[in-house]
Write a protein that binds this ligand. Structure first.
Ligand code: BGC
Length: 569
């Protein structure tokens, strides 16, 4: 038996709750609302367009919040909406304390927060501390000030190697392809220093060994906390510190199968990732968040995007004096395999035991191929996607959903001329082009028979910033609402069922031996069975009454590519 936390640990919360109504946050008595929350990721450009310019925005999100309430999630995480030249769609921030006019204004952000809170939804915003935009005033000042200046010391400016300094300082690759270094031309016109950018060249990495950087981010945190946000998703949380001396790294095998994806590169155990000093930053942020513990708005949290390699390394981000959650990308990276699902669960839960934190589970986000497509696409991929979702939602801890997965959306094949993702442009002419992230970011279909599928008020037939495919009408929210067997209704039922036991089923999980192709577990009175094989399987002994299945309800046996929940009487 594996458990999330030790019931004798002082940090284990009481299972009793206040709240628990659909669409509102079920908050445990200690106020740690995130421990078992379902969080819905809103990719701001693609969720809902309020003004008809073809790009999603904050008023659009506000207008669609009732969808999230009706779905039954506890919180939403919104990707960056700050002032930005949009070279990486907002992950290149030029002003951390303002809203980009493309997405609205600070007053729109306030309205969104107020409306979400009225509906009982918490709001998590994205924080991008590893790098700024090259248009950020700090970087502009650094370019102007020249080598050795305090302005350059906020970033990673270094002399090049080679006789004339014309070789990059080391061999680090950018996660988006190509070199992680760009050389600047100094004010006198001569070739000058190099600056580090682990992502695009328009995203210079900050120097977190400079105390000014830490002070600035504490102030940014407080700015948004004071406006009422409930938490932060910390972008590239494992990347802030780089090993002293900036040593060369071991490069991924160029002959390995498949493209070098962001996931693959960002997960390597190298001098730019997961350095021990990064944890001091999160201890400081823990103290900042704790300052709000007694606020009438409730407790605040942060979730780390940490592609650290092992479950133990990921768990270090949620030690009791650090952040509250860390994404567990191992669940997302697992193949469609009963053995792999079981392995991830048995590795994840004990890794958190010493810290009393709950796990997180996620199948899709804006950086990866949608899981329906990863699992084979079409009917098969959808059946597996629904089954994996049900298995995920039965586990203790917090589940993160990505917009559109509740509609069963697949990855879209985006034509080269419509591509916008910097990682695609930086790799498209190489032997290993990144398939890019545009295909999982296509705007949501809300209704209507043709693009923009009620994404916004733009004219019928017009396309939003990324073109929507033909044939999406039956997948829209309007088309699936109330439709028996639709993926949307399945998600609503699953979230409602989860709410009735999630906070009381306990945090211990027993993996059941139900056959080689079967991932089955018991959690308190709940038994979940997932058939990853190709033939029907019998149900484990002693399962209770059927609560819900992801496909055809089992009668004695469970069909392939299906999961079901059973509850003891
Ligand atoms: C975000 C990406 C972004 C990158 C650079 C990631 O982890 O999820 O979308 O491109 O950080 O900020």
């Amino acid at each position: 038996m594996v458990a999330v936390n030790d019931p004798s640990s002082p940090s284990t919360p009481s299972p009793s709750t206040s709240g628990g109504t659909p669409g509102g946050s079920a908050v445990p008595e200690d106020g740690a609302w995130w421990r078992h929350a379902v969080v819905y990721q809103v990719y701001v450009r693609s969720f809902a367009d309020g003004d008809g310019d073809g790009v999603g925005d904050l008023p659009g999100i506000t207008s669609r919040l009732p969808h999230l309430r009706d779905l039954g999630v506890d919180a939403l995480w919104i990707t960056p909406f700050y002032t930005s030249p949009q070279r990486d769609h907002g992950y290149d921030v030029a002003d951390y304390r303002d809203v980009d006019p493309l997405f609205g204004s600070l007053s729109d952000a306030d309205d969104l927060l107020a409306r979400a809170h009225e509906l009982g939804l918490k709001v998590i915003v994205d924080l991008v501390p590893n790098h700024t935009s090259d248009r950020h005033p700090w970087f502009q000042a650094a370019l102007a000030a020249g080598p050795g200046s305090p302005e350059r010391a906020r970033y990673m400016f270094v002399e090049g190697r080679g006789e004339d300094g014309d070789l990059p300082p080391n061999n680090w690759p950018s996660v988006f392809g190509g070199d992680a270094w760009t050389r600047v031309t100094e004010a006198d016109g001569t070739p000058g220093q190099w600056y580090l950018h682990l992502f695009d060249s328009t995203q210079p990495d900050l120097n977190w060994r400079n105390p000014e950087v830490g002070d600035e981010f504490e102030s940014v945190l407080r700015f948004w906390l004071d406006r009422g946000v409930d938490g932060f998703r910390v972008d590239v949380a494992h990347g802030l510190f780089k090993e002293e001396g900036l040593p060369d790294t071991e490069l991924p095998d160029p002959d390995a199968d498949g493209p070098a994806s962001m996931v693959e590169l960002a997960g390597l155990d190298e001098p730019m990732w997961d350095q021990p000093e990064v944890h001091e930053v999160y201890r400081r942020w823990h103290r900042v968040l704790a300052d709000y513990d007694d606020s009438p708005r409730g407790r605040r949290m942060a979730v780390a995007e940490s592609w650290a390699r092992t479950a133990e390394a990921i768990a270090r981000y949620v030690r009791p004096d650090e952040l509250q959650q860390s994404f567990n990308f191992h669940w997302l990276s697992a193949a469609w395999s009963a053995e792999e699902f079981a392995e991830v669960v048995t590795e994840t839960l004990p890794s958190l035991l010493p810290y009393g934190a709950t796990p997180t589970w996620v199948l899709s986000n804006h950086d990866v191929v949608r899981h329906v497509t990863r699992y084979g696409g079409g009917e098969l991929g959808l059946a597996r996607g629904r089954a994996a979702t049900l298995a995920m939602l039965g586990l203790p801890g917090s589940a993160y959903l990505y917009q559109g997965e509740e509609l069963g959306l697949e990855q879209v094949e985006v034509a080269p001329e419509d591509r916008t993702d910097p990682s695609w442009f930086r790799t498209k002419d190489t032997a290993k082009p990144d398939i890019g992230r545009d295909g999982c970011r296509v705007p949501i279909p809300w209704g209507d028979e043709e693009p923009p599928y009620a994404f916004g008020p733009a004219a019928a037939g017009s396309q939003p910033w990324l073109p929507q495919p033909d044939g999406w009408a039956p997948l829209s929210v309007a088309a699936q609402t109330g439709a028996v067997g639709s993926t949307l209704e399945f998600y609503r039922r699953a979230l409602a069922a989860r709410r009735t036991f999630a906070l009381t089923a306990g945090e211990e999980v027993e993996i059941l031996d139900a056959g080689a192709d079967v991932f089955a577990y018991r959690r308190g009175p709940l038994v979940c069975v997932l058939n990853a094989g190709s033939a029907p399987v019998g149900l484990p002994d002693g399962v209770g009454a059927l609560v819900l299945s992801s496909g055809v309800d089992p009668t004695g046996t469970l069909a392939p590519d299906t999961a079901a929940w059973f509850l003891d009487d």
